[in-house]
Design a protein around this ligand. Sequence first.
Ligand SMILES: Cc1cc2nc3c(=O)[nH]c(=O)nc-3n(C[C@H](O)[C@H](O)[C@H](O)COP(=O)(O)OP(=O)(O)OC[C@H]3O[C@@H](n4cnc5c(N)ncnc54)[C@H](O)[C@@H]3O)c2cc1C
Length: 510
Amino acid sequence: MKTFEDYLARLYKMKPNIYIGNELVGRDDPRLQGGQNIIKVTYDCAHSEEFEDLCVVTSHLTGKKINRFCHIHQSEDDLLKKQLMTRLLCHRVGGCIQRCMGIDALNALSVITYELDQALGTDHYERFKKYLRYFQENDLVASCAQTDAKGDRLKRPHEQEDPDQYLRVIETREDGIVVRGCKISITNTPYADEMIVVPCRYMGPEDKDYSVAFALPTDWDGVKLLTRPASFRKSEHMEFPAGKFGDAETFIIFDDVFVPNDRIFLNGNGDPRQTAYAGFLALMFAHYHRHSYTGCKPAITEVIASAAALVAEYNGIEKTSHVQDKLSHLIGTAELVFAAGESSAKHSEKAPSGTQVPDEILTNAGRRLAGEMIYEEYKVLADISGGLIATLPYEGSFFSEDVGELAMKYMKRNPRVKPENVLRCFRGIEAFAVSEIAGLLQVAGLHGGGSPSMETITMMMRYDLEKLKNISKYLFGIKSKLKRYERPTVTPRKQLEKFRKAMKGKKLEK
Ligand SMILES: Cc1cc2nc3c(=O)[nH]c(=O)nc-3n(C[C@H](O)[C@H](O)[C@H](O)COP(=O)(O)OP(=O)(O)OC[C@H]3O[C@@H](n4cnc5c(N)ncnc54)[C@H](O)[C@@H]3O)c2cc1C
């Protein structure tokens, strides 16, 4: 396993291809440090006694100890530990831990590349394993670039007026492919080693050029990162641990980029039969990512609940019934979302590749609940805090020779709490609820991993309503086949098996 220092040394050797505004900057730009500090937590915890049981695991490929953020889940226990690790590490950074996109993409690729080979006789799974070995040995950090620019939302990729609105293969060569397009809203890429690119939707036969998946170093030739970093307001007098963390979202532009063969995991342009697997891969990444959300979202809700409980105490209203009621809803949401992920792990199954796949209905139900509740949670925090979180004088006023004492006098609330701690509490909530990064976390809570309607679509694709109707038919005396009740879902494994049979029945020439 590598250390944070190893990671940073690798990063600082990369070519500058990051644009912040119109500035071309290197990976040592101070605006990217907040994100790197978050990644540091994932390395440090793997080397700490306290978190080793969660953050370190044995690779199924090499038998060596690796960071869990590089692992392919082999069992229910692996899924449970990944979920708990995500929750606990997110507490420590007060938000997204930013290393789950890579692990989620790797797990999805492990399932789908295996399927491709079984159905089509290709060698994608061997390529993937070689890449995984390299990834695990170097303890790499990856982003996952799924979201395309997408142009007109109601048009499929090949129907767009501008054919580059979805990333596409413009040429397949003997030694690789050339791709063009732009992936938007992608987290962590300027401080990731690698970016793993996957399709963002189902693709029909006419969309073969858009059915592509690959991995590249983030400073690869032709790749341009248009980055928007976000951080907390700098503090001169009252540093706080969360204040050193930050985030960065990126437009990744692929300006006719060459991808060598050993890094390609799906290519409908070179082999149109592979187009059929683009949708499976898109959904499988989203599925693993939504399962990760059942770990991180409860943590973020708990950060909000914890701040609400603290400010309630400082405001002297902790025991009032409306506050108790509101806090209980926050706690309830966090626990329900986490429980959905846990239950999803308990109902998980092995894909033919050996990778453990969580239950889709439970994962999506948990993720959707989290997305729907996010603004409600911030509402509770703002409600219990009062307006001061948005109107607090700048920190300097409290340390001014002229007015500092006066300013502090009016921060006094609960007589048992020092005014300086009241100030710290309001500064902290200001950072978490009304800063630039707070705005980002709110939208991330809603759209990250897919907008709520995407979870609805997945659930309704997988849930067998005809079997559900049997309950009411039975109760209403309509002829039905009500057997002992089981959740009527079509699991990913069943889907893949059915699909593999159908593919084998087709003519398999390229
Ligand atoms: C902070 C943050 C971090 C992110 N990180 C990543 C990342 O690391 N990797 C990544 O790949 N993505 C990332 N995303 C992107 C995220 O997955 C998308 O925002 C999400 O999938 C929604 O896509 P969109 O933003 O293009 O919105 P749109 O798809 O444009 O959605 C807007 C609205 O239109 C609706 N809509 C869209 N299409 C249709 C249709 N055909 N019919 C009916 N309604 C439709 C949606 O339901 C929604 O209500 C991130 C997003 C955020 C906010």
